[in-house]
Write a protein that binds this ligand. Structure first.
Ligand code: SF4
Length: 490
């Protein structure tokens, strides 16, 4: 390599000849190693992809955990993402931390191409440079459109948060959210020419006399039924073969190896909801709130794993309504009572509940075999959760900060026994998300001070991996697609 290429403004002539030769040689070697580091990331990612494709479904993670414990899943998937995006690129002049940033799912392809073009001209693309390119490629707000002060925050969601605030007795908060809803509410559409039905899903009405109702009844069907029809649906059917779902090997929920969904569907409309994606694929009624009467029998009819349950509590823990918010304000009280009756009648099992409408939980008596929790993903939910859970009565009260899409500050975590912190896998509307380590640590600190047990899900960044001279590639904030309630800085 010539001296001209190496100088880059540095005055090598000021050095004595022996020092100059050593420094120039080492400079060339370091450049080679840096090129190799970027290429190594891509090569490792390509090999991981090859193994993933070769292994039977569901075996990749166990293989990863067994062979590369030191990485964890997140690191492996980052290698693979970089490999997918840069496998055919010349990586000279691209810093490894810039590669990770540019490979992210929400990075526009145009930004990636610009970074590669800059690197191809021999200009270094550091992490800071990559960030600058990314920022320049953000979609500009069209000037003649009204500015969306709350990206992704729909009037429907704002109304719902306002309702929750009313229920929690926070009039000021409710007023503030109602104002937000009004400011972003789209103009009313003219009524359709024929008012056939307000439902999204045209519904059959009653089951044939004496015949079996199909597997579910939607909220709208329920509302059209009389008291007798309704009560017939709330008793677990005798001879049912309904069972809990075994969750399989899922390290993220090793503490609940069963799930049970006697109610499905939810109206909260969280952008990152994986349950909605599943429901849209597999349920005839999609994510419409529904009761599945036959499933009410599952706690009684699923064989209890006595021996395994003695070894590990996950074998007796059942994540209840993982495909719904059972305590959503639209859910008929009778459905909730029917679920809780089934829980009471199965004391060997332990049932885990989670809601984004925590104040409603305070209206119910929970049996001892219930762990009752609320989800707080952003600061706007903190106050309601704290307030509501001071009123909720249950043996175990827990808090799920998953996905953690903002740094959170609680005034008082004393009402909770357990805190779960996690990121998000990709959904149809949102990218994969791993909250910055600093946010997780700050939350953990608050929990420790309040004597609350902490569980970190494996979809967090596992360990700190910083290097001198390399800027951190941790994001400062969550991608816009994940953010749907106003954050404190908004
Ligand atoms: S509360 Fe849960 S089930 Fe409902 S939309 Fe949000 S993530 Fe999905």
């Amino acid at each position: 390599m010539s001296g001209t290429q190496l100088q880059l403004g540095f005055d090598y002539d000021a050095l004595d000849s022996e020092t100059r030769i050593v420094v120039q040689q080492r400079t060339g070697e370091i450049r080679g190693l840096m090129r190799r580091a970027a290429q190594d990331i891509v090569d490792i990612g390509l090999k991981l992809i090859e193994v993933k494709e070769a292994l039977p479904h569901g075996r990749f993670l166990p293989w990863l955990q067994s062979e590369f414990k030191e990485w964890g899943r997140t690191s492996a998937f980052r290698f693979m993402t970089v490999a997918e995006k840069f496998k055919d690129s010349n990586l000279e002049h691209l810093a490894p931390s810039a590669l990770y940033l540019l490979a992210e799912k929400d990075t526009p392809e145009t930004a990636r191409q610009e970074a590669l073009a800059i690197a191809a001209k021999g200009e270094a693309v550091s992490h800071a440079k990559a960030r600058e390119i990314l920022d320049a490629h953000k979609q500009p707000q069209p000037r003649d459109e009204p500015v969306d002060a709350f990206p992704g925050f729909t009037a429907r969601v704002a109304d719902r948060v306002a309702d929750e605030a009313v229920a929690a007795g926070s009039a000021d908060e409710a007023k503030a959210y109602r104002e937000i809803a009004d400011s972003i509410r789209p103009p009313a559409k003219p009524a359709p020419p024929e008012a056939v039905s307000g439902t999204l899903f045209p519904l059959p009405v009653a089951p044939p006399p004496g015949g079996k109702l199909k597997g579910f009844v939607t909220l709208e069907q329920w509302q059209g039924m009389d008291a007798k029809e309704r009560s017939g649906l709330l008793v677990p059917p005798a001879g049912s073969e309904s069972r809990f779902n075994a969750q399989g090997d899922n390290e993220n929920i090793e503490w609940a190896l069963w799930s049970w969904n006697p109610v499905t569907g939810c109206l909260h409309d969280c952008p990152y909801c994986y349950a909605r994606d599943i429901a849209n694929r597999f349920y005839e009624q999609k994510f419409e709130p529904s009761l599945w009467p036959d499933r009410l029998a599952a706690p009684a009819s699923t064989p209890f794993p006595e021996a395994k349950a003695k070894e590990w509590m996950g074998h007796k823990n059942v994540f209840t309504c993982s495909m719904a918010d059972l305590f959503g304000r639209w859910v008929p009280r009778e459905w909730i009572e029917a679920v809780l009756d089934a829980v009471r009648a199965a004391p060997k099992w332990n049932f885990l509940f989670l809601t984004k409408f925590p104040i409603r939980m305070a209206e119910f008596d929970f049996p001892a075999n219930a762990w009752v929790g609320t989800s707080v993903d952003c600061q706007a939910r903190v106050k309601n959760a704290e307030k509501a859970f001071r009123k909720v009565k249950a043996g175990v009260k827990w808090l799920s900060c998953e996905p953690l899409i903002e740094p959170l500050r609680f005034d008082d975590l004393g009402a909770f026994d357990w805190l779960v912190i996690g990121g998000a896998s990709a959904s149809s509307r949102t990218p994969e998300w791993h909250p910055p380590r600093g946010w997780v640590e700050a939350l953990e600190k608050q929990a420790r001070e309040a004597g609350v047990k902490v569980y970190e899900k494996s979809n967090l960044l596992e360990r700190i991996r910083e290097y001198p001279g390399v800027e951190s590639d941790e994001p400062a904030r969550a991608p816009e697609a994940l953010r749907y309630l106003p954050s404190p800085e908004a």
